[in-house]
Design a binder for this molecule. Structure first.
Ligand SMILES: *Cc1c(COP(=O)(O)O)cnc(C)c1O
Length: 356
């Protein structure tokens, strides 16, 4: 079994692709760094991890993840500080969530300290791929999937854990228009909504496409029972500001993914003395607040965009306009602060960053 003294085999590429990168035009998730980390699970244990040149996978057509969906992932970022330090933002939270997703999907867990160390290692090996430009970062994608070549429903006996990284540009979070979804459901109580598992995203594509046909960028998911309570927005958590108070759906329900960004937003706001309510949030109260003008702000929170302001909310054929983004003092301030912490521009008083 893996412990804290893991040894990692490293085979470096002799043919770096870094010189081919167009750093001025980095599309999100399409440029891959030189190396990939791979660690296999079989015979009831994890084997020695390897970092090797980025390459395609060869899989048996019966690979069980493809048929039955035992597949989970994480998303996180590394940034370069002005003093040259490489910083990971709260990787312990991703490690913990990955272990929780593993358990829910009947997959073997990776000790949190090992997960973090493996992330640290792959980032160190491909550190030249961390862009130097303001707002740019290295996106990190750890994932695990079932590899038994067996057509039968049972937890796989073998798994592959991998990490690759992608240099990514500024995520221009133009304000988005969202529609409150009252028919389709992202996650049902007792289901897998809290896990970062592949099937959740497959299930959201069709309703999202329907919403896009109506002119909305994203959906606001509501609870699967009554469609009365707000849960998330697209693949981000959702936060509202009403009368100066930050209001966000509580995470006791296992239908909401526990986001690192949302947690950080809440903690910063509390630290600054902003009143925060984590509780059930009804669609009715948000629409009421939008109508009477007390809804000052609504935004999505996630690793890719950090904070994505919502411009318009569609509900039952009506569209409600939110105040201009410049007027949204709290979320703008939080967004800047988060960016400054991640890039070492302000003191990391919360002890959130891990130096690679
Ligand atoms: C990843 C994800 C989020 C955001 O989580 P972060 O840790 O902030 O990136 C929110 N909702 C869903 C459904 C997600 O997959």
């Amino acid at each position: 079994m893996l412990d804290d003294t893991i040894s990692i085999k490293i085979e470096k590429t002799t043919n770096s692709k870094i010189k081919d990168v167009d750093w001025e035009n980095l599309p999100f998730g399409k440029v891959f760094s030189d190396h990939i980390l791979e660690m296999d699970y079989s015979d009831g244990r994890w084997h020695e991890p390897v970092i090797k040149p980025f390459q395609a996978l060869s899989l048996h057509p019966a690979t069980s993840a493809i048929h039955y969906g035992q597949s989970i992932f994480e998303g996180m970022k590394a940034n370069r500080a002005e003093n040259g330090d490489i910083l990971l933002f709260r990787p312990d939270m991703n490690a913990k969530r990955f272990a929780e997703s593993s358990e829910r999907l009947c997959m073997p867990t990776i000790p949190e300290s090992v997960f973090t160390e493996l992330v640290r290692k792959i980032v160190e090996v491909d550190k030249d791929w961390i862009p130097n430009k303001e707002g740019y970062s290295l996106y990190i994608r750890p994932f695990m999937f079932a590899t038994d070549d067996f057509i039968g429903i049972k937890p796989s006996d073998t798994y592959k854990f991998m990490i690759f990284t992608c240099p990514v540009g500024v995520y221009y979070s133009n304000p988005v228009n969202v529609k409150i979804e009252e028919f389709y459901t992202r996650a049902a109580r007792g289901g897998v909504g809290r896990a970062k598992t592949a099937g959740n995203y497959a299930a959201s594509l069709y309703p999202a496409k329907k919403g896009q046909e109506e002119g909305f960028h994203q959906l606001v998911w509501t609870d699967g029972i009554e469609h009365k309570y707000i849960e998330e927005s697209g693949t981000m958590n959702i936060v509202f500001v009403i009368d100066g108070k930050l209001i966000t759906p509580s995470e006791d329900s296992d239908t909401i993914l526990r986001g690192v960004t949302k947690r950080s937003v809440v903690e910063i706001a509390q630290h600054w003395g902003v009143e925060v309510e984590e509780r059930k949030v009804t669609v009715a109260e948000i629409i009421e607040a939008a109508k009477d003008g007390s809804l000052e702000d609504a935004f999505g929170a996630g690793t890719a965009a950090t904070i994505a302001p919502i411009a318009k909310i569609g509900y039952r054929g009506e569209v409600y306009d939110l105040p201009p983004v410049e007027s949204r003092t709290i979320s703008n301030k939080i967004k800047n602060y988060l960016s400054d912490v991640k890039t070492g521009k302000v003191e990391d008083t919360m002890n959130w960053c891990l130096k690679v």
